[in-house]
Design a protein around this ligand. Structure first.
Ligand code: SF4
Ligand code: SF4
Length: 376
């Protein structure tokens, strides 16, 4: 196993972190609460036996059972060999008391007296202001740091870049953060800019979705031709590990073979590993993916706000996602999961106000009908 730096901490994390959000299940439901516990425990312990020392879970994963299964996996002496990361479900926070309520229950589920890395989960600008700051959650976190229930505070992030800077500069309690990063998402959400900004402030950066939830692992035929036999998983993971600012790369492993493959790739990883020819290959793959984009929306936001509440760029993002990655199923899931009904294309009343504001001259109302027909 290769070990890396973790911000200002005097501790070396394994290059690979075990993400416990896609554990093997007894049915085919996405994020099923029916985890195949014996197999999940076998996988987690195999990873630890081969050098993994960072396990990541969260309150909502597998309907709340991911934390329980990780707690069980870390019995029999395994707890002392790893550091646990779990997360406060920030979107459920309605009062300052909620911090201790969630944390204390998580300690019980994980069968431990402390969380090594506690994250404010899935922060965006609105949740940061309305749930964290408004309810004094940082004061509660500071107390948990002082009494030892948590050892380090961080946050995971899903929003546009300005919100990332706002949060990053919003507290000096943070020692790490977790962002989505892969070779297709370099300018999405925090992106490479966020990686560098956090690292410049001395924070460790944990990476999630290095394979875009598997999208860039199972590719359309045209991408396969460009890769010419090169493993898309290896290329994508090496792209992230090549960045020296990256501390841990999380992989949500679902079967034993994936654990073994990821261990092998992590063993061979190192900062700066990719060659100029590798970067050229990544660029050609990226170009092919981008050529599949149907709606040329730059997410500039000039069309917003829609007087009827439609999130125009997000609707287009999900539609483009379906075509770029040949993955209608995931796009439909995102469409229904990440937007309220009134924000979806189906709620468009065809008023046409937005169309005149778009610098790309996108016929927005027409596309809204197609988005709803495809994803609704
Ligand atoms: S046409 Fe649809 S998306 Fe555009 S402003 Fe009107 S309701 Fe909103
Ligand atoms: S104005 Fe046009 S390009 Fe900008 S976000 Fe709206 S649809 Fe996209």
């Amino acid at each position: 196993m290769q070990y890396r730096n973790f911000g200002k901490l005097d501790w070396k994390p394994s290059a690979l972190g075990f993400g416990c959000m896609r554990l093997p299940a007894l049915d085919t439901q996405r994020g099923s609460p029916n985890i195949n516990q014996p197999e999940a425990i076998r996988m987690i312990r195999h990873a630890i036996d081969n050098g993994v020392n960072y396990c990541d879970t969260a309150w909502p994963y597998h309907g709340g059972n991911s934390e329980r299964v990780l707690g069980a996996a870390l019995l029999d002496g395994y707890r002392d060999r790893v550091r646990i990361a779990t997360k406060l479900p920030t979107w459920l926070v309605q009062s300052s008391e909620d911090f201790d309520r969630f944390l204390n229950e998580q300690l019980v589920k994980l069968q431990t007296d402390h969380i090594d890395f506690y994250l404010l989960h899935s922060l965006g600008g609105a949740i940061w202001r309305n749930n964290i700051l408004a309810h004094g959650i940082l004061d509660k976190a500071e107390r948990a740091l002082a009494d030892g229930r948590i050892r380090n505070l961080g946050f995971s992030f899903h929003d546009e870049y300005p919100a990332f800077e706002e949060i990053l500069n919003g507290s000096d309690l943070f020692t790490f953060c977790q962002i989505q990063l892969n070779y297709m998402d370099t300018e999405h959400q925090a992106g490479l800019r966020g990686l560098h900004a956090a690292a410049d402030m001395g924070l460790a950066v944990v990476i999630m979705e290095p394979l875009m939830g598997g999208r860039i692992a199972s590719h359309p035929p045209a991408i396969g031709e460009i890769l010419a036999g090169r493993s898309p998983i290896e290329l994508a993971l090496d792209w992230v590990w090549s960045l020296p600012e990256v501390s841990v790369v999380l992989s949500g492993m679902s079967n034993f073979a994936q654990v073994e493959e990821n261990l092998r790739l992590a063993d061979a990883s190192r900062p700066g590993k990719l060659t100029p020819a590798d970067y050229d290959l990544v660029e050609r793959v990226r170009k092919e993916y981008r050529s599949r984009i149907q709606i040329p929306c730059s997410k500039c936001g000039y069309c917003m706000p829609c007087p009827n509440g439609i999130d125009i760029p997000l609707n287009f993002d999900f539609y483009n996602y379906a075509h770029t990655y040949d993955d209608l199923g995931s796009a439909r899931y995102r469409y229904s999961f990440f937007m309220k009904e009134g924000q979806r294309a189906g709620a468009c009343i065809d008023c046409g106000i937005c169309a005149d504001l778009c610098p790309q001259h996108i016929p927005i109302p027409e596309w809204m009908k197609k988005v709803q027909a495809t994803l609704g």
